[in-house]
Structures are given as structure tokens and as C-alpha cells.
Design a protein around this ligand. Sequence first.
Ligand code: LLP
Length: 403
Amino acid sequence: MCDDVPLAAMAEVAGTPLHVYSGVLLHTRVRELDAAFAAYPHDLHYAIKANATLAVVREIRSQGAHADANSGGEIDVALRAGFTPDQIVFTGVGKTHDELARAVTMGLKAINAESPGEMERIDAIATAYSTRVRVALRINPDVDAGSHPHISTGLRANKFGMTPAQAHSMALAMAARDHLHVVGLHVHVGSQITSADPLRRGAAAIADLARVLAADGIPLEHLDVGGGLGIAYEPGQAVLSVDDYAAAVLPVVRPTGLRLILEPGRWIAAPAGVLLTRVVDMKVQADGRWFVIVDAGMTDLLRPALYGAWHTIEAVTPREGTPIACDVVGPVCESSDTLGRGRELPPVAVGDLLAVRDTGAYGAIMASNYNRRPIAAEALVDGSGWRLVRRRQTVADMLQWDE
Ligand code: LLP
């Protein structure tokens, strides 16, 4: 079941692969995170990159969250979902001139600048449009997130942000400019973080710099500690609770008195989604394990192939009998197209429905048309009802871009 709706009924109507989201859980997650920080002035800016499906973003917005956009496309998603420009922060390495020009003229809550060069470009655009733009400086604190290397962003060797020393001298040099308003500092040390230390150290790096800037006569409005809070993908995996997270961050930020911004993505959306997929073939391996071949693959859920990530896989209607040892694999022509290796499942047969868990974040949004596979449909459960919120792509949809 997803809330009060049988998953099998949805798969019957909408087909598979199908991403299913629980509206109830999306709401609950936003509210739980918000409550953990209730003792201090803060804003949750949902990281749209985690799941940019309009209906999902709207559910999250309905609970009072604001938005973190990482591209011009995500700014458009935010606007379409109903956020106002002053509720959007704009982050990202390599913002183009067009993206910056639009962001500057829209009057976003903050553009998080990644480099001295980008600050100069923002200033030039703001000057050309005779406007004053709100910017925050993204710090690279040289902190190891302890996560997968692909999603650790806070080390000096990573492409993100600038050193605290660079940011300090830049803030001094640019604070006097008419068209720039330095309103905050930003840090994001990585994603799927499961211990307090990297999050605390990231926050401390910007809190320390904020104190230095205040002494220099450059008062700020906010500290943006980014996202990164991990979830338990594997049964029994140790993670931080939202209260642990608040206990790590708040004592560091509180002495500055500055408003706190958080950019959670995964923690809100991941557990609210499952990917439904049907078994299309079974094949026994030399060692007696089975290949359970399903109709979803790395084009629908890239995380296992890209990060070796674990997602729990369950039979939607488990059959009686001795469990089987298996690898759950997709139909794509790559051996990396494995959704779960070395798993145990109840006996399964061709046509059975499986649910891949915790796919609400970085699932549908990372889909591709590799092997010319159409992008899967997405459904949202709203208590006892459900609706399709993104229709299945057709081959005709795919080919219409070709000349
Ligand atoms: N803020 C910034 C600036 C970010 O770069 C990110 C994620 C977030 C917030 C949200 O982080 P979260 O709370 O979701 O950890 N595709 C990868 C995750 C990439 C995360 C990129 N940045 C995965 O599937 O694990």
C-alpha cells in the first residue's frame, strides 16, 4: 500500500515502471524537519534537484517550504510550482550569463556566488540593469562529508565554492559596490551525510566568517547551511535524526543571531517514493542465484549504477515459499544496470510486481532515454485517492526532437 491505495491497483492502471509518491509523507517530512528547528528563525528551501516533478514540488510548497534552484530550469519549476522570486535561492557551479541575467532581474532571495569571477559577472549585469542584487558567498570549507565521493562537495579538491579567505577578501572588496548586496554565506559539504561532524564543521566555517565580516562592518542577513541530511536506505543503517541535525547546527549558528537557511532535498523526498516494476524474465546463474529481470533499469533509477547505492526491494504481494537468492537487474545493455545485487526475495514469477524503496529523491529526475527507453510515469497518492502527475513518455515524444 501507499497510504490507503494498493500499489498493485496503480500499476494495473498506469503500467510500469511507475514512480509513486505519498503526499502524506511529503507533508510529514517537511513538518518534522521544520519542527526540529522551530526554536530558531529559519527557512527550509527545498532542493528542487531532488525531485522536480511539479506536483511533488507543489506538495512540498504547500507545507510552507521555500525553494533552492540549481539552474534556470529549476527556477522555472519553482515559479510554475508557485514560489515567488523572494522565496528562491539560486546555487550552482557554472551559471551562464543568461541564467544570471534572469536571476538578477527577477529579484531572487539570493544568488549563491561560487567564485570571484562569478561575483564580477553578477555585478556587471546588475550595473547594466541598474538594480541591486542580493548575493551570498558559497564557501568551500575543506570538510570531508564522509559520503560517496561523487556526492561529497566540501573538499578543497571539489569544484564548489571558494575558500573562506577568498570569500573574506571578496566581501571586503565588493561590499562598497552600489549594485551588490552581500546578504549571506552559503555552504553545502555533500549529500547523504550520516554523521553530525561534517554538517557542524560546514556550519562553523560560515558562522566564523560571518563574525569576521560583522567586525569588518559588513552585516549579513542569513547563513545557508545547504542540504545533505542522509536517510537510512539499508535496514538498520545508522543515520542522524532531525533532532540530531538541529543539535549539530543550531549551537553553531545561534551565537551569530543570523537567520538560518536549510536546503534539504533527499531527507524530504526520498522515503516518500517507491519505484514499481514488473518481473519480465527469470534466469538462473551458475551459482544457483537468480537473475530477476525487471522492466525498470538504470534509466529509471540511476543511483545503484552510479554510486553503488542500496535500495531495498520488496515483492508487492509476497508469495509463500522458500526465499530465493537473486540479483535484480534491468533491461539496459550494461552490467551496471543492476538495481539490487545479492538480494533475498520471496519466490517470484514473471509478471510479479516489485517495489524499489526510497526512490522519491534523485530517482525520476535522473532518468534518461538511454537505449531509447521512454521516461516512466509518476503518480501521487493523496490519502485514499491517487492521480497521474506525469504521464509516461512515448517513443513519439522522444523522437519529436530529432530533425
Ligand atoms: N544544496 C545544494 C547546493 C546541493 O548541491 C544539494 C545537492 C542540496 C542542497 C540537496 O542535498 P540533499 O539534502 O538532497 O542531500 N544524485 C545524488 C545526490 C546529489 C546531490 C547534489 N546536491 C544521489 O542520488 O545521491
